[in-house]
Design a protein around this ligand. Structure first.
Ligand code: NDP
Length: 449
């Protein structure tokens, strides 16, 4: 049964859609949360009276700015930068920056909205925000990326700070970009305010295991979910879309837990390697050479590269979509079900379309929404902020241990909330409700602000 909207939420939804025209991804993210909230409002009419949902859907602040920069040929380019400071009821705005040509306000708002609930679920004191630019780092030289990042920060710096808003990475923003951004922030403000950005390098305020955290966290959460059916990663075949930060470290943890990753992708296609993807090759291609996944097949002769088609056609036990939004369609979900897939966990944000989610859940496939399964990254970012505030630095093992404990706590919150609201095993509703209630209670306590 597809979820339906509670009648009290129909006018709320209509107002939100009308106020934010042409922002399909944002509408989709709002719909998914609203579909889960009916049972909560039955119990908590005070949320309705205080217009909590209307207030939550409206960002506290939206910043859009010009980012001019000069390329290697001396031409002046102009991009558009964004930072949406969505909700600070639980702590400073926290969420990544995405550099990708598809970025526009609707994408940033969908990501920022999701981030509120995700951050709440971690149990850590962080609000929600997101940002980015319609800049494409692909094919740009290091010097061009540096000039772009410096120009971006020359505007952004006045809006952020360790107690205000703490950006991090996302698609197209990794350690290199965070370095250039932090360098410019430090230069403009004349402050070594390490806690203003997370995802920093280890020698300049970064946290051990932050690079690995989102991928590892996704796998830790999936492990908890599999355990409810008496299963584990040991001996499973796993398909992971993407070959960026989240995908690579999800693959690494799957292998450590005894699973075999048999396919990975990028926007050019996917590779299948039934003996198990050689992650060192992928890391070298992606982290050092910034090359295409197709080159994997040139280096590993037993593998095949498929330029067209869907990675979800590769039969697997566990599917981890770790690339981008709406990459797993209804057709893909049907194929996964047909091939006997037992679990899907979202490493990316909103990679599964709503109809695909319905198909998977109705077929009894274990399904973890990104809010729960990819919150390990922001959780370790919050641990990075803790270390920066105390001028401390923890070991990899200690941080990974904390991450695993956090992910167990997140899963437990999703599971117990789903049970409490009579939807056992529905981790989408469990995550949405658990994330929402904590923020809503804080907003009630803080008054109309
Ligand atoms: P990266 O930029 O490191 O990697 C993104 C990967 O996804 C690349 O392999 C890229 O291929 C692929 N990809 C991007 N767009 C498309 C597309 N339209 N079609 C097919 N493949 C595509 O990003 P991350 O790994 O950091 O982020 C991946 C996802 O995880 C995003 O949804 C992000 O929001 C989410 N996420 C990331 C977190 C983090 O800590 N980094 C935290 C929580 C969520 P190509 O290079 O060809 O574009």
């Amino acid at each position: 049964m597809s979820p339906t909207l509670h009648p009290r939420l129909e006018p709320v939804r209509e107002t939100i859609l009308k106020r934010n025209p042409g922002e399909a991804e944002f509408h989709q993210a709002v719909d998914e949360v609203l579909m889960s909230l009916g049972p909560v409002l039955e119990r908590r009419p005070d949320y309705v009276e205080a217009s909590i949902i209307e207030r939550l859907a409206e960002p506290e602040r939206q910043i859009i700015f010009r980012v001019p920069w000069v390329d290697d040929q001396g031409r002046v380019n102009v991009n558009r930068g964004f930072r949406v400071e969505y909700n600070s009821a639980l702590g400073p705005y926290k969420g990544g920056l995405r550099f990708h040509p598809s970025v526009y306000l609707g994408i940033v708002k969908f990501l920022g909205f999701e981030q509120i609930f995700k951050n709440s679920l971690t149990g850590l004191p962080i609000g929600g925000g997101k940002g980015g630019a319609d800049f494409d780092p692909k094919g740009k030289s290091d010097a061009e990326v540096m000039r772009f990042c410096q120009s971006f920060m020359t505007e952004l710096y006045r809006h952020i700070g360790e107690y205000t808003d703490v950006p991090a990475g996302d698609i197209g923003v990794g350690g290199r970009e965070i370095g250039y951004l932090f360098g410019q922030y430090k230069r403009i403000t004349n402050r070594y305010e390490a806690g203003v950005l997370t995802g920093k390098g280890l020698s300049w305020g970064g946290a051990a295991a932050r690079t690995e955290a989102t991928g590892y966290g996704t796998v830790f959460l999936t492990q908890e979910m599999l355990a409810t059916k008496g299963r584990s990663f040991d001996g499973t075949k796993v398909v992971i879309s993407g070959s960026g930060n989240v995908a690579i470290y999800a693959a690494q943890k799957v292998a450590q837990l005894g699973g075999t990753v048999i396919a990975m992708s990028d926007s050019g296609g996917y590779v299948v390697d039934e003996k198990g993807i050689d992650l060192e090759i992928v890391r070298d291609l992606k982290e050092n050479k910034r090359a295409r996944i197709s080159e994997y097949a040139d280096l590993r002769k037993q593998s095949t590269f498929v330029a067209d088609g869907s990675i979800w056609e590769v039969a697997c036990d566990v599917a981890l979509p770790c690339a981008t939004q709406n990459e797993l369609s209804a057709d893909a979900a049907k194929t996964l079900v047909k091939n006997g897939c037992i679990a899907v966990a979202e490493g990316a944000n909103m990679p599964t379309t709503p109809d695909a989610t319905d198909i998977l859940q109705e077929a009894g496939v274990l399904f973890a929404p990104g809010k729960a399964s990819n919150c390990g990254g922001v959780a370790v970012s919050a641990l990075e902020m803790q270390q920066n505030a105390s001028r401390d630095s923890w070991s990899f093992e200690h941080t990974e241990q904390r991450l695993e404990t956090i992910m167990k706590g997140v899963f437990e919150r999703c599971q117990s909330t789903a049970d409490e609201f009579d939807v056992p095993g529905d981790y989408v509703k469990g995550a949405n409700i658990a994330g929402f209630v904590k923020v809503a209670d804080a907003m009630l306590a803080l008054g109309v602000v």
